[in-house]
Ligand binder design. Structure first.
Ligand code: MFK
Length: 201
């Protein structure tokens, strides 16, 4: 019988960093604490301005290897009546974790993401997210995040852990659909953002 298979157990199972992981290093060219990080791609569902139904999440650098972010839950983000869809909230966490790339200046993609949903999140909520990288092991970046209602000190609605894996630019150029890759590579802003990562390994 075919069907979904569970994630591998053993080495891939834990989201806790291995004992010989090291502390992440804030890159000297990382945005200053409080500085906006900006969208990495205008068509990104998480942060792009070109997606009418996207999250339009905006992130800022924080102290250390950490970011804060906000997004407003809109009617098109519903799962149950008047409440945010759980997968969409995971997307907001994923995007917030992704913004950490600008702090350590390595291109990283989600390998694993685990979310605890503690409170329902009503439409109209401004969700205040924060993420912090805790440890690095080779290409693996281990991070934690949370999402709060009503303000940065409001009730915790979401908690998450993630493992992001460092990749090179060809992860995108080799795998993305050609028309979007060609369009992105002819956009000077995208090229500039990509070069910043390549020049500062
Ligand atoms: C310009 C910046 C752009 C930022 C965009 C941010 C957007 C928000 C973030 C996203 O949503 S990214 C999109 C969602 N993620 C993906 O599409 C990733 C799909 N997966 C892959 O492409 C590959 O599986 C991956 C690049 C993650 C890894 O493949 P590789 O062949 O490069 O590496 P490998 O499989 O050898 O794994 C490297 C290490 O990570 C570990 N690993 C990989 N996947 C894992 C997993 N799922 N769980 C636990 N560990 C994992 C793996 O065990 C190994 O550990 P060791 O170095 O200790 O041996």
């Amino acid at each position: 019988m075919s069907g979904p298979t569970a994630p591998e157990t053993g080495a891939k199972a834990p989201l806790a960093p291995p004992a010989d992981a090291v502390a992440p290093v804030r890159h000297p060219d990382a945005p200053a604490p409080g500085e906006p990080i900006g969208s990495h791609y205008e068509n990104c569902f998480g942060c792009g301005g070109n997606q009418p139904h996207g999250l339009h999440l905006s992130a800022r650098a924080d102290e250390g290897v950490a970011v804060t972010a906000e997004f407003t839950v809109r009617p098109e983000h519903q799962g149950a009546p008047g409440l945010a869809h759980g997968g969409l909230l995971a997307s907001a966490l994923d995007e917030t974790f992704g913004a950490l790339s600008w702090l350590f200046r390595a291109i990283t993609v989600t390998g694993r993401l685990e979310t605890d949903y503690l409170l329902p999140v009503p439409v109209g909520t401004v969700l205040h997210l924060s993420a912090r990288c805790e440890a690095v092991h080779g290409r693996k970046y281990y991070s934690v995040a949370e999402g709060r209602l009503d303000g940065p000190d409001g009730p915790v609605a979401l908690r998450a852990r993630a493992l992001f894996i460092e990749v090179k630019v060809d992860h995108f150029t080799a795998n993305g659909r050609e028309e979007e890759i060609n369009a992105a590579m002819s956009d000077p802003d995208t090229v500039k953002a990509t070069r910043a990562f390549e020049v500062n390994p």
